[in-house]
Design a protein around this ligand. Structure first.
Ligand SMILES: C[S@@+](CC[C@H](N)C(=O)[O-])C[C@H]1O[C@@H](n2cnc3c(N)ncnc32)[C@H](O)[C@@H]1O
Length: 352
């Protein structure tokens, strides 16, 4: 059998979200379960690995959100998809400088990849955080969920719509090769898609069914315990007809069906759809803003100037190049966005 065909498991055809879930998260051969994708030696680099300044700003945002909540004695933090734990490591360091908050916080990590969970365990002290796979474990106190590049790593479905007929994209095995196939969409999926205003006029639809399942669990917890969710991801603000699936290997674009299990596969997040979903589910929303605006509102420039004071010329150059990568509209600054959904009556959130 050709190696890529193993991702079909026992099926002859699969909707693309299920196929790519196997490719990314299969317990033995999945991309996220068999290699470390991050950094220079990996396939891509994320904001926490570009600069600690990013993580420091998230720490400040979390503490200020705790203040917005009225500084409760207990605050639950849940990092969604912590990768190699780069972000949480910096958060823990910053939190130590704020003793009242540090005593109040309880940190949970939510990670699907067993391989990355092991990596996180190597990078952290075991009593600093708790790994959970079920949010019901969080019982008391408000909860802040946050994730950087969490949602874009959850595979999406794709549909074509013609004369009001919805067809879903599948991959199928034909003559020992992978072929694209369109099949009639399931009724439940059609109804779900039709329930979104932002998708109504589209002829080609990307739908994050698996991602919304995750959000549903999170929203239920926020509605019960009070709290919010902050997502930072790359994506767009207005729904469109584009096919945004992409694959990356060694920091370069890779053809989507090549190097299956050895390359990352993502799609751009539809922030229009996220906003509608949160509102439908009784959360309030701070509409998505660019990463540049979010980080600048939080004071990243001022912080970089303070940090730079003690640095050599070479270190300063490095710091500012990294800052540019996070903020420049041509690099990550505008493609990446931050969105906040919350239940709290107080809606004064730093950064938005
Ligand atoms: C692109 S990586 C981002 C990692 C990290 N947040 C960062 O910024 O470097 C996506 C992360 O989300 C995790 N992930 C994806 N889908 C998940 C799910 N359904 N449940 C839990 N973790 C998931 C991946 O295993 C990985 O840790």
């Amino acid at each position: 059998m050709k190696p890529e065909l193993k991702f079909f498991k026992k099926s002859k055809s699969l909707p693309i979200d299920i196929f790519f879930s196997n490719v990314l998260y299969d317990k033995k051969f999945g991309y996220y379960t068999s290699k470390n994708p991050f950094g220079k030696k990996g396939d891509f680099i994320t904001a926490p690995k570009i600069s600690n300044l990013f993580s420091e700003m998230i720490a400040i945002w979390i503490i200020s959100t705790w203040e917005t909540f009225g500084k409760p004695e207990r605050i639950n933090l849940v990092e969604l998809g912590p990768g190699d734990a780069s972000l949480i490591k910096v958060l823990l360091e910053v939190f130590k400088r704020f003793p009242k908050f540090d005593n109040a916080k309880k940190i949970y990590l939510y990670e699907k990849s067993i391989f990355l969970e092991k990596k996180q365990k190597q990078n952290l002290k075991i009593n600093e955080v708790e790994w959970i796979s079920n949010f019901q474990k969080i019982k008391n106190g408000p909860v802040i969920f946050f994730g950087n590049e969490f949602f874009d790593a959850i595979p999406i479905k794709q549909f074509k719509k013609k004369n009001n007929v919805y067809l879903e994209k599948y991959y199928a095995i034909k003559d020992k090769k992978i072929k694209v196939l369109f099949k009639s969409a399931l009724k439940d999926d059609i109804n779900l898609i039709k329930s979104f205003n932002c998708l109504k006029k589209l002829k080609f639809i990307e739908f994050p069914k698996l991602g919304l399942k995750e959000l549903h669990k999170i929203i239920k917890r926020i509605l019960k315990l009070n709290g919010c969710i902050l997502l930072i991801d790359y994506g767009f603000l207005k729904s469109n007809n584009l096919d945004t699936l992409q694959s990356v290997k060694n920091h370069r674009k890779n053809s989507i069906l090549k190097n299956l299990g050895k390359a990352d596969i993502t799609s751009k997040v539809n922030f229009d759809l996220l906003k509608e979903y949160f509102l439908k589910n009784n959360l309030k929303v701070k509409s998505a803003i660019t990463q540049k605006k979010f980080l600048e509102n939080l004071g990243i420039i001022e912080r970089s100037e303070i940090v730079a004071k003690k640095m050599s010329f070479r270190e300063k150059t490095n710091l500012y190049l990294r800052l540019k990568r996070l903020l420049s509209p041509k690099l990550m600054g505008e493609l990446f966005k931050a969105i906040l959904a919350y239940k709290f009556k107080n809606d004064n959130y730093f950064g938005f």
